[in-house]
Design a protein around this ligand. Structure first.
Ligand SMILES: Nc1ncnc2c1ncn2[C@@H]1O[C@H](COP(=O)(O)OP(=O)(O)OP(=O)(O)O)[C@@H](O)[C@H]1O
Length: 551
């Protein structure tokens, strides 16, 4: 598929519908403002981008993962006016062998020539199914109190119920607890003391765990760049599950280096019948894991998750590790376990659910600015992420701990986030357009939904707009409004995305939030008007933070 001319883009872009924001009620203002001084920025580390050959054996479109429903790539929609249906992108169960297998061979054949559709499901669908066995927004809403309970959240994660939506986890503003905002400011020593206490507690927990450790709980692995020395870690606890992996906390057995003391181990989920899986399935899985590994081993930025090692060097050294292992015919394929930096605060979405939204604006500004720096580093080095979302932003500290750092220099001395999940990333050449339709349902841009070739840099900045809107508003921008009619609720998210149908509720009349709102306005918009990462980075809102960063 060739590149679109800018003229053609103008014709095919839908018009942004005019929104009447006045009709929506305004919740009480729960924010604080920040007055931060300005100091010079730090340096970003040097980077050598991986070549395409290093990114593994991608499919002809350069993409992977396992779409089970595919729609033709070239969808020509001159305008959205009068259009009642769009490509249906949502019925997708990654790596599920059953779905494809259940199709007749004819249908399977018919699926092949079409562009792969790789949109990840909304978390709330899975959550809801886990709770009730039946999807549906109303049922989900009945479960609010359960979901907000962190134990319940943990249970749901363990059952693989991973697709959550921030707006479903947060109560209406009137009852929104403002824990983070109202916490007292303490000095650095208090933070250190509470950390120490927590570590002592953890150490005692670990002593208990050691007594019950079985051989299966021991992971043997190699550090990147040293295939000769093995190291061992002991399983501590489950951290989270995605569609493609289970992530577990491990602690080192041999005290060889403080950096590798606690590590997050991402174990790739294989389909049950991997040995007999279709070549297509194997190749997509292989491509996904090799592109994540090959990019991660080269990236070097404090705000991007680090790949320390691997359980088996073949996954790093071989461009087609699964195929090779299969050909070696040992009867089974060993697991692929990536040994990565551990983020103690968990993922941003889960943390938001815990503190029930209402995040203070200075925290939003601090964390979002760091995210922008991380994405700028990727784009400057020709890598696009393509799956930016709250779940993939990992926190080094809990939001409660971060709130205690207000006015502390600690807040700027070190990174607070690590961007994770590079399974959909891509190294691109200047001017190269992408064709693979991938991403997560609530974060995909209209051009991806429309199936036209797209600029991956701009789909990343669209997703940044979704993240920032969600932080400001405690809801996802394209969810049905709270006061929506039944008809509005039944319209798919994709419709609202394609019509750029979002609006301010909570922050409608908050002039002091003009900075971040400007970023949202200029990212959740048509691609030919959308800001790129440099434009976001250069806004006073981001610069005010960036100039303070010392990491
Ligand atoms: N380094 C880490 N430290 C702490 N928790 C982590 C870490 N990496 C992942 N997690 C937890 O595990 C979850 C799943 O991880 P990840 O997003 O990498 O998996 P995935 O299978 O690729 O997910 P997705 O379905 O989004 O593709 C995260 O949302 C997070 O809660």
């Amino acid at each position: 598929m060739g590149l679109e001319s800018s003229e053609k883009e103008k014709q095919t872009d839908p018009k942004t519908p005019k929104l009447n924001q006045q009709e929506f009620g305004l919740p009480p203002n729960i924010f604080q403002t920040s007055n931060a001084p300005v100091i010079p920025p730090g340096n970003t580390p040097s980077f050598k981008p991986p070549s395409d050959s290093q990114i593994g054996s991608a499919s002809p479109t350069g993409d992977i993962r396992n779409p089970q429903v595919r729609t033709p790539l070239a969808v020509s929609i001159p305008t959205f006016e009068g259009i009642n249906s769009l490509p249906t992108p949502m019925a997708y169960t990654p790596l599920s062998p059953n779905m494809l297998a259940s199709m007749s061979p004819t249908i399977q054949m018919q699926q092949q020539p079409f562009q792969q559709l790789n949109i990840r499901k909304r978390r709330n669908n899975n959550l809801n199914t886990a709770l009730n066995g039946t999807p549906g927004i109303d049922n989900l809403r009945l479960q609010h109190h359960d979901i907000r309970n962190s134990k319940e959240l943990e249970r749901l994660r363990n059952t693989g119920a991973s697709n959550r939506v921030v707006s479903e986890l947060i109560p209406p503003p009137a009852v929104s607890a403002q824990r983070v905002v109202s916490l007292p400011t303490v000095n650095e020593e208090d933070v250190v003391a509470s950390k120490k206490e927590e570590m002592e507690e953890k150490a005692s927990e670990l002593r208990d765990i050691e007594e019950f450790t079985s051989e299966d709980d021991i992971l043997t692995g190699y550090l990147i760049g040293d295939n000769t020395t093995t190291h061992q870690w002991r399983k501590v606890k489950h951290l989270g599950s995605g569609n493609f992996s289970n992530v577990t906390l491990y602690q080192t057995i041999d005290e060889f280096d403080k950096y590798y003391h606690e590590v997050a181990v991402k174990k790739i989920k294989y389909p049950d019948d991997l040995m007999d899986a279709a070549e297509d399935t194997l190749s997509r899985l292989e491509s996904s894991l090799t592109r994540e590994l090959n990019v991660l081993k080269i990236l070097n930025h404090p705000s991007i998750v680090k790949l320390y090692g691997i359980n088996n060097p073949i996954f790093i050294e071989n461009t087609r590790p699964l195929t090779t292992l299969l050909q070696q015919g040992k009867g089974h394929i060993p697991p692929c376990e990536m040994i990565m930096s551990y983020c103690n605060g968990g993922d941003f979405l889960a943390e938001l659910a815990k503190c029930q939204g209402g995040l203070a604006p200075w925290i939003i500004q601090r964390l979002f600015a760091e995210l922008v720096v991380a994405v700028k580093y990727l784009h400057d080095n020709s890598v696009i992420h393509r799956d930016l979302k709250l779940e993939n932003i990992l926190l080094r500290y809990t939001l409660e701990e971060i709130s205690l750092m207000m006015d502390s220099p600690q807040l700027y001395k070190q990174n607070m986030i690590e961007l994770a999940d590079f399974g959909l990333c891509k190294t691109i050449k200047p001017g190269e357009m992408c064709t693979a339709r991938c991403g997560s349902e609530d974060y995909v841009s209209p051009e991806i939904l429309m199936g036209v070739p797209y600029d991956g840099h701009l789909t990343d900045t669209w997703a940044l707009g979704v993240v920032l809107y969600s932080l400001l508003e405690d809801r996802l921008p394209f969810d049905p409004p709270r006061n929506a009619t039944q008809r509005q609720k039944s319209r798919p998210v994709a419709h609202r995305i394609a019509r750029f149908e979002w609006r301010w509720f909570k922050t409608l009349q908050e002039p002091y939030l003009d900075g971040p709102k400007d970023i949202v306005k200029n990212t959740l918009t048509r691609k030919n008007m959308r800001w790129n990462i440099d434009q976001i980075y250069n806004t006073p809102y981001i610069q005010e933070m960036v100039t303070k960063f010392e990491f």
